[in-house]
Ligand binder design. Structure first.
Ligand code: BG6
Length: 313
């Protein structure tokens, strides 16, 4: 045993043959391997972070940086599905002690707990839990319970549920910051956001209207608002179409760092921008969620994959 968990004991006590297993993973936190007839995925307790998803008979759906294996405490894993919570992007406020706050909140750099695992004839799932602690309250005063249920079945589904356990309202922004693996960013189009307005974080424009599908030929960093419908990632060079369905989410973030920004990012190879695009299920910018004391909010994401020719049948 190298990490702080005894993986052999976790497997003896909780593994279910062909469905649930544990392995060592980033930052000495266990990774839960979930499988079902239609596919498999892996979830790290470090950050409540989905690392991989492979539907049976299809290509891997998520991109993960090779640097994920060299995880450092306090640093987010690059790739997979980071959980951005309780704020998306820059905090826009300071910590209770006045210090600067990390981008995309703290959930992605905390050690989560495993609450339960479940399986039936159609799916296998794990539910992870993060609660407030002296460490989180030093960054953000909310008293909370955050549950992430990851389910593998015909689709990969994530359900992120925020409970306000305090005595006053709190406000969050959030994202399931999904890194989709693509064959070549130049051959990719995101459909389903036509005519939606977005904030262009590259040009600084506050309100731009999308026309047609989104294609990529330079740095792209956009927050689309009023987008509760599903969208699609068409990767023609691979012949794959990914459907991204959601609920409890009004914003969709589309991000690719392109060449120059990639060079400044030390946690991935320089040419990685060619191999992924982030299409993020979010509540961001002005689309904040106010959760009353004792209240909850749930955001879900469901990802499915097909060959482009399948969807023409
Ligand atoms: C995207 C943001 O969601 O995440 C970008 O829109 C940001 O502005 C990107 O650069 C990556 O963020 P980070 O903190 O993981 O480097």
């Amino acid at each position: 045993m190298t990490g702080k968990y005894d993986i052999a004991k976790l497997n003896r006590d909780y593994a279910v043959k062909g469905r649930i297993a544990f392995r060592e993973g980033p930052c000495d936190e266990p990774v839960i391997v979930l499988a079902e007839n239609h596919g498999a995925c892996e979830v790290s307790l470090y950050g409540g972070h989905v690392l991989s998803y492979r539907p049976v008979g299809y290509f891997p759906v998520l991109w993960l940086s090779p640097s994920a294996a060299e995880c450092r405490q306090g640093k987010a894993i690059r790739g997979g599905i980071p959980v951005c919570w309780p704020w998306f992007g820059a905090a826009g406020f300071t910590a209770p002690d006045g210090s600067a706050l990390p981008a995309h909140g703290f959930a992605r750099t905390q050690a989560w707990n495993l609450l339960r695992t479940d399986y039936d004839s159609y799916s296998t799932s794990a539910t992870l839990l993060l609660t407030d602690s002296p460490e989180t309250r030093a960054l953000w005063p909310g008293k909370f319970r955050l549950e992430l249920k990851v389910t593998i079945g015909a689709n990969l589904t994530l359900e992120l549920k925020t409970f306000n356990e305090g005595t006053s309202d709190f406000e969050i922004t959030e994202a399931l910051h999904t890194y989709f693996r693509v064959k070549d960013i130049g051959g990719v189009a995101v459909a389903g956001l036509d005519s939606r307005e977005y904030i262009d974080k590259v040009s600084g424009a506050e309100s731009v209207r999308q026309s047609g599908d989104i294609t990529f030929s330079s740095e792209t960093d956009r927050i689309y608002s009023d987008t509760s419908e599903k969208c699609f990632l068409n990767d023609t060079s691979l012949g794959r179409r990914i459907e991204i369905a959601k609920s409890g989410s009004s914003s969709t973030v589309v991000w690719n760092p392109w060449i120059e920004k990639s060079k400044t990012m030390k946690d991935m190879p320089e040419d990685s921008y060619k191999s992924f695009v982030c299409v993020e299920t979010a509540n961001a910018a002005a689309e904040k969620i106010v959760i009353p004391a004792g209240g909850t909010h749930t955001m879900t994401l469901s990802i499915s994959s097909s060959f482009i020719e399948d969807s023409r049948k």
